[in-house]
Ligand binder design. Sequence first.
Ligand code: FAD
Length: 295
Amino acid sequence: MQVPASFEYVVATSVDDAIAKLSADDDARVIAGGHSLLPMMKLRLASPGTLIDLSHLESELRYIRADGPGIRIGALATHRDVIESPLLAQRARVLPDAEHVIADPLVRNLGTVGGSVAHADSAEDLAAALLTLDALVGIKGPNGAREVPLNEFYLGPYTTVLEPGELVTEIHLPRGASRGAYLKVERRAGDWAAAALGVSFDLDSAALKDVRIGLCAVGSTSLRAPKAEALLEGKTPDAALLKQAGETAAAEAEPIGDGRGSEAYKRNLIRILLPRAIQRALAAGSSNGSTIHAN
Ligand code: FAD
């Protein structure tokens, strides 16, 4: 049986208390749902001397609320909260769509939005979906609060711009999108993606407007596909355009071969998934995410 190295456990009583405790101890790490950190500790890939538990900060950090044209999601909102939010279903459909294909109900009941984003795994589905909504990461630390665009938050695998003592406090979506969809190919139910992608856009009559594409598991971080976005922008999609956009996004992906597939296979998945995701987002009433099992 794998067991973690011994550690101290303390409960944060407020966000400020968590920041103070984290700032005072170089060897401390915060824990929210524990679904990423605990497996790493059991494998001894992480051995923090102290765990600072954020889970009692629900009154400060667990919310999903409208803010003008935008939306704010607290760091302790769970995957399940995202699935069940009527606000997100209406104004940020890509998020609940993605959540349906993240892990399983046990993980989704406890795993948090803040933990997912801070963990910085390039195969994290939520990050790719959030990229399609121009998400900003709300950060608070010993030197105050700041917001960083999600695509600048990641420095590489498992690495972010968070400074010592800083916490992710919320995700701020400056705007919603009337259409969104997320598609993922996985080897078996509940697995991480071989490749996945999300799309969000609005419609101007039949033309696509403000198109955003987020790619998952095909780079060292989640990626946008700006050339494919530009190709689709302002156009009424037809089969030829969608095919060309899929090929463009595939060329923009940066996959490496691993146990989930070769570089060529993953690129091909992006090529195929993009047209399907646009069509899915255009289709009325499609709200429950979709996976395609590779085997
Ligand atoms: P934790 O494990 O508590 O923390 C993760 C990391 O983030 C730690 O380094 C911690 O210190 C840090 N952290 C946590 N909260 C904050 C904060 N507010 N500010 C700063 N740092 C913070 N994800 C997918 O995207 N797709 C999948 O298909 C998928 N499958 C999974 C299957 C299994 C079996 C499991 C266990 C996980 C899977 N996941 C998947 C990952 C899951 O979504 C994340 O592990 C989880 O949601 C992370 O959130 P958490 O609250 O559990 O984070």
